[in-house]
Design a binder for this molecule. Structure first.
Ligand code: SF4
Length: 446
């Protein structure tokens, strides 16, 4: 594995000669739904950079809420980018308006997850597929009708389906109708947002095959958003793995599945069921839930859950379970620091009664009571507990960080090239200063 730092921007192409169609650089999409209590925006996409080559399928995977769909929608200008560039054949589409934006919208289309909600039940199939042609005033009405009939045939439906309604079709057929509508204006680029996840397993393969055939016939370029990793492995040329609005790893599909480099990719892939019961797989269980995208960690986005987070030198040999509980304590303090106390809680606090997160003593007892805590750690915990009793979460957190935080908590990683195919991973552990994620996982599995 190479240790080359490539800066903050991943080199996403698998081959230097590839014909790049879309270049995304430093893209951020923040939702400023500040509401009543907070002015901090939700950082749905938090500075991603990658390229999509003409004619390829780039998979986008990650847990729900990681920003996949927002990223797809931002590429199509269905959401406004907060910062960064999306260049299509060299033109920054985040700057387009008027006719140029309309042209981009013709050229870039989306297939949605749920064909039921994306098709209007009051319109005939013909009207649904023809709608984008009408909106863009495409040729004459007669030619539009003819085009719709051709499209029906292209996606494996009958011309006579033109006058029927969506409820007369099965789920798979309705997704074919959505695809026909998507193709109506002959786009070059299509975002497929979980296009088969709402369908029966038996129908999924038919739609996947159709998407492959259409790509070949029309030279389409796909961004395939999915959580079903086996479909991604089958269909995609390259994969980008997202976590909390960031791309953690990106590279050629087979290589990434065979030998994941990033700790998050390791964890994600370890959850795929193994079809052969004789093959043992070490499943990586992640503790907790992803952080609130309104308050992402300062350092690595995965630092609050990473099973191989770098520890400060003096705690390198600390018991893993104790380390996990310390991380849980930090999350609790963070939550507590952010929480606005309700009036009732303020009153309870003034009266010296327990407030949220239970009694502080009980929390510490639950977290550490059954563990053998070294005296050095115990004395820090005692000080943290005292700060929490004084409701000084700020001091508790800063003491915690001073003692237990590492580079993973303090600094966002760089992208490191981890193979000579251009695969990149966003993790401090690829630096020569630390053990690689593979080495740590291997040691733990011995
Ligand atoms: S940078 Fe640290 S926390 Fe992030 S994935 Fe790498 S080891 Fe884990």
């Amino acid at each position: 594995m190479s240790q080359d730092v490539t800066g903050t921007r991943p080199v996403a192409s698998s081959d230097a000669d590839d014909d790049v169609m879309i270049e995304v650089e430093g893209l951020k999409t923040y939702y400023d739904d500040s509401g009543l209590f907070s002015k901090t925006p939700v950082k749905a996409v938090d500075g991603v950079s990658f390229e999509i080559n003409r004619g390829e399928t780039l998979g986008l995977v990650g847990e729900s809420g990681c920003g996949k769909t927002t990223l797809g929608r931002t590429l199509l200008r269905l959401e406004d980018a907060t910062a960064g560039e999306i260049r299509f054949d060299g033109t920054d589409i985040t700057e387009l308006d008027g006719t140029e934006l309309q042209h981009w919208r013709r050229n870039a289309q989306m297939v949605f997850q749920d064909p039921d909600s994306s098709l209007n039940d009051r319109m005939t199939i013909g009207e649904i597929i023809r709608e984008p042609l009408d909106v863009h005033d495409w040729k004459t009405p007669r030619e539009r009708r003819q085009r719709v009939k051709e499209l029906l045939a292209t996606v494996g439906l009958q011309r006579e389906h033109y006058y029927r309604y969506p409820h007369q079709f099965s789920g798979g057929q309705r997704q074919r109708i959505s695809i026909a509508r998507t193709l109506a204006l002959e786009p070059d680029f299509v975002v497929l947002d979980e296009p088969v996840s709402a369908l029966d397993v038996s129908v999924q393969a038919e739609i996947i095959n159709l998407l492959e055939d259409l790509q070949e016939e029309f030279g389409l370029t796909y961004l395939f958003i999915a959580h079903d990793l086996s479909v991604v492995r089958y269909l995609c040329d390259r994969v980008a793995v997202m976590y909390l609005g960031n791309i953690m790893e990106i590279g050629p599909t087979e290589e990434l599945f065979e030998k994941p480099a990033n700790p998050y990719t390791h964890a994600l892939l370890s959850a795929i069921p193994e079809p052969d019961p004789t093959v043992e797989r070490d499943r990586i269980t992640l503790h907790g839930t992803p952080p609130n995208p309104r308050y992402p960690p300062t350092g690595c986005p995965f630092s609050t859950r990473c099973p191989v987070r770098i520890r400060p030198e003096e705690y390198r040999d600390l018991d893993d379970e104790l380390w996990t509980r310390l991380v849980t304590l930090r999350d609790l303090i963070n939550e507590r620091k952010r929480a606005e106390l309700s009036i009732r809680e303020r009153v309870r606090s003034k009266l010296g009664k327990d407030i949220r997160f239970g009694a502080i003593d009980e929390t510490f007892e639950e977290l550490f009571g059954d563990l053998d805590v070294p005296s050095k750690v115990q004395s820090v915990l005692d000080e943290i507990e005292a700060h929490l009793h004084d409701q000084n979460e700020e001091a508790a957190l800063s003491l915690f960080n001073e003692e237990f935080a590492s580079v993973c908590d303090r600094e966002p990683p760089e992208y490191y090239e981890v193979s000579n195919s251009g695969r990149e991973s966003f993790c401090h552990r690829h630096s020569v200063d630390y053990e690689s994620p593979d080495t740590v996982f291997d040691r733990r599995n011995q």
